[in-house]
Design a protein around this ligand. Structure first.
Ligand SMILES: Nc1ncnc2c1ncn2[C@@H]1O[C@H](COP(=O)(O)OP(=O)(O)OP(=O)(O)O)[C@@H](O)[C@H]1O
Length: 609
């Protein structure tokens, strides 16, 4: 085992902070730097990393260009809709079509489109372009200070933005902030880690004007002339699919709330009980919540949303998907104020879900950064064939023993598998953490806290961690279990490569995953990562098959052999592992020869772990 493996081991030496200086620095945003940054121009603290500077790219280096891009009123480049179907996939219409032909056609189409664009914009990489659609799209901003001249934004709010180290708005911020400030409904799609949270929080704080607690009774009853709406009760609501993400958004709110007595509440069992008192909830400015708890409170009559003026659905495509849709609808229909502004934000927005969102929104402006449903270009993505279930564990052990991108998030498809893999790695002596929804709230919060503090180097987790979570320092994501949809893949790997930093994403696949491989391979190809030709030549899974996978994931055998091996690694286990390794080598050879994947499910039983 390598030295690094020992460093990862509980019983091993303490972390050599000098040696892992770069990794340690990643947890300190002020000093953070990309791994491949060493040769780049040094970046001033708080400066927008060049990779995030979509706005500058969109301007082609000058304001006029930016305005052209921003003022494309009602203009719509068809590329992203035409190329991606509902599941975020390239739509080729003819499943038997040879992919290279399709690619040539697509390339030609892009070239034609590029030649029709203004010169400055034509140079902008697709991944960095901002496309706006809708009537009277507000002009974009090029700096946060534009906001004070144009929208008389409170100086304290801008100071808070600055103090958070945000110097230049990202693409989604440049277009999203003015649009929301002009009280428009918005559909915003921007890659993972590009600052969508600030895009909606800043306008909310500005439009709310002043905290409820600082307004006297008179102004509550009289019709206010300021931009701050009057009335009593919660004035802004942010919905998120997980408690972890809600807590993170709440913390971002607190950063912007500094210096004033804003009342922001993270809705939970405890705060819900306090808010059951009307005089308390009447003083609340902003609530951040998951849908389930809020719906329960609505049904119990312990909360009302009739004074909500700003409603944000973060990770909107998840909130408008089966499982959440009914609850989200109930919440949306409880926000009965005539002037309620609504906005949906996500890194992915399949067409079907966007249609649902459109029904909720009124005359929305649509802002898309890069290509819709694409992975962040900051992430180096690879696909690794591991043959069988047992092959995954061996490959992971090899990875941990060589040069893993640390800290590493390891995604599995179920709570049981998360617990199993966690145990396997503990058994191996790895210092590893875990997070899944079977854990208590305290256990989950502790896991998140340890990861944020840089105490965790490997974390096994489920989909709970896939969306929105921002841990600045995550260098790698491993899809130990193949994701169930393109959206899941994009969000999972988006936990790395954030705010302009580089990241690495590795995805294991077995024969059982082969039918779905092509969908994910397309995402890799689209964002510039290389994919072996034989994968690109695979047939595309039918829509029916993809939907079935979303509902019911590939069945997998248990993660490891701990249950059968007791404390020590017995001879029988060693023999079995050797047999499995030899089987895997044979399968790998078959795959390379293009054989095994033509009979994808035939070997499902060979997972003998
Ligand atoms: N203007 C800016 N300049 C520099 N960093 C920024 C800026 N805006 C946001 N960030 C940082 O970028 C990181 C990602 O932001 P955020 O979590 O809002 O991304 P996101 O687009 O919502 O991602 P996801 O799709 O995963 O939810 C955060 O650490 C945030 O502090």
């Amino acid at each position: 085992m390598s030295e690094l493996f020992h460093l990862l081991s509980r019983g091993g030496a303490k972390f050599d902070k000098k040696r892992f200086k770069n990794e340690v620095e990643l947890f300190n945003p002020k000093q953070a730097k990309s791994t491949s940054d060493s040769k780049k121009k040094p970046q001033k603290s708080g400066e927008l990393p060049p990779e995030l500077d979509f706005f500058k790219y969109a301007q082609g280096g000058n304001d006029a260009g930016g305005k052209k891009a921003g003022k494309g009123k009602g203009k719509k480049r068809a590329i992203e809709e035409d190329e991606l179907d509902e599941d975020g996939e390239e739509e080729d219409g003819n499943e038997s079509q040879v992919d290279s032909q399709h690619e040539t056609g697509r390339k030609r189409k892009r070239e034609e489109e590029d030649s029709a664009l203004p010169k400055a914009i034509a140079k902008v990489p697709l991944s960095h372009r901002v496309t706006t659609t809708g009537s009277n799209v507000p002009e974009s901003i090029s700096s946060f200070s534009d906001l004070s001249s144009r929208y008389s934004i409170a100086p304290q709010l801008l100071r808070n933005v600055e103090q958070n180290g945000y110097a230049i708005p990202t693409g989604i911020q440049a277009y999203g902030i003015p649009t929301l400030l002009e009280s428009r409904d918005v559909t915003a799609v921007s890659p993972t880690g590009t600052g969508k949270t600030l895009s909606y929080l800043l306008p909310i704080f500005s439009l709310l004007g002043s905290p409820s607690s600082s307004r006297d009774k008179k102004s509550k009853t009289a019709s206010s002339t300021s931009s701050a709406p009057s009335g009593s009760g919660i004035r802004a609501l942010i919905l998120s699919p997980t408690q972890e993400l809600a807590a993170q958004i709440y913390n971002e709110c607190l950063k912007l709330a500094q210096g004033r007595k804003w009342k922001v509440v993270l809705y939970s069992k405890a705060t819900g009980a306090t808010l059951a008192q009307k005089d308390v909830r009447d003083k609340v400015d902003i609530v951040v919540s998951t849908p389930l708890r809020l719906v329960a409170a609505l049904q119990e009559g312990t909360i009302e949303l009739n004074n909500v003026r700003h409603l944000i659905l973060d990770e909107a495509d998840r909130l408008l998907e089966e499982g959440f849709l009914e609850q989200t609808r109930e919440i949306v229909s409880s926000c009965t104020h005539l002037d309620v502004q609504k906005a949906v934000f996500s890194a992915t927005m399949p067409a079907g879900v966007e249609a649902i969102a459109k029904d909720i929104l009124s005359d929305p402006v649509r802002v898309v950064v890069g290509l819709k449903d694409a992975a962040s270009v900051q992430i180096r993505q690879t696909l690794t064939y591991v043959g069988t279930e047992a092959g995954k564990l061996t490959t992971l052990r090899q990875l941990l023993a060589s040069a893993p991108p640390l800290p590493l998030l390891v995604f599995v498809q179920s709570r049981e598998r998360a617990a199993e893999l966690h145990q396997e790695l503990i058994y191996d002596g790895i210092s590893v953490d875990v997070l899944h929804s079977d854990m208590t709230r305290k256990q989950r919060d502790d896991s998140v806290r340890r990861l944020r503090a840089g105490e965790t180097w490997v974390m096994v987790c489920t989909e709970v961690m896939a969306r929105g979570m921002d841990f600045g320092g995550i260098r790698g994501v491993l899809n130990y279990d193949f994701p169930q949809s393109v959206q899941s893949y994009i969000h999972r790997i988006g936990r790395t490569g954030r705010a302009g930093r580089d990241g690495e994403a590795i995805t294991y696949f077995t024969d059982a995953d082969a039918p779905y491989l092509k969908s994910i391979a397309n995402v890799l190809k689209q964002s510039g990562s290389s994919v072996p030709d034989w994968i690109l030549a695979l047939p595309k899974p039918s829509k029916m098959k993809r939907r079935a996978l979303k509902k019911k994931p590939v069945e997998r055998k248990s993660v490891g052999v701990i249950a059968g091996r007791g404390i020590g690694k017995g001879e029988s286990v060693k023999k079995r592992e050797m047999k499995e390794a030899s089987k895997r080598r044979k399968l790998k050879n078959d795959v390379e020869a293009g054989q095994a994947l033509s009979r994808p499910e035939a070997d499902a039983d060979s997972d003998s772990s």
